[in-house]
Design a protein. Structure first.
Length: 143
């Protein structure tokens, strides 16, 4: 009948990578077996799991061959690589990261949620006023 709806097609991992290429992203294999998707100095590593796209890590700014993720230090945001290299995050970096994330989700065909579309989200939060808060109950003065 003419009222029959077409079934939605579930694109393969390779189809999604091709969509990223068409959207202006650079797609390259990494030695770790992931696929690095980059554009304008920003990147993220993706993996295939059961035919679905999974983020192998967090997206961020390219610092050499490593991806620096956004860290909120309470007083300032900065990018930090797994090796510990740091770089301050400028307003233009945050806007570029936000645009990169939105364009990546759209090219992959994923849903964009309202709360994630409001702004850039930090990967880590390191506030100096709550030092050692994750190490249990601190030693009291009288102990």
């Amino acid at each position: 009948m003419f009222f029959r709806r077409q079934r939605p097609k579930n694109p393969t991992f390779q189809d999604r990578l091709e969509n990223l290429r068409r959207a202006g992203f650079t797609v390259a294999e990494t030695p770790a077996g992931a696929v690095r998707v980059s554009r304008d100095g920003l990147a993220i590593d993706l993996r295939e799991e059961n035919g679905q796209v999974r983020m192998a890590g967090d997206g961020g700014i390219l610092m050499g061959n490593a991806i620096g993720v956004l860290v909120d230090g309470g007083f300032q945001k900065f990018f930090r690589t797994p090796s510990g290299a740091k770089r301050p995050a400028l307003a233009q970096d945050l806007k570029a990261l936000h645009d990169f994330d939105e364009d990546l989700r759209e090219a992959l065909g994923e849903e964009s949620y309202y709360n994630e579309s409001l702004g850039t989200v930090s990967t880590y939060y390191l506030y100096d006023r709550v030092k050692d808060r994750d190490r249990g109950v601190p030693r009291r003065v009288w102990e």
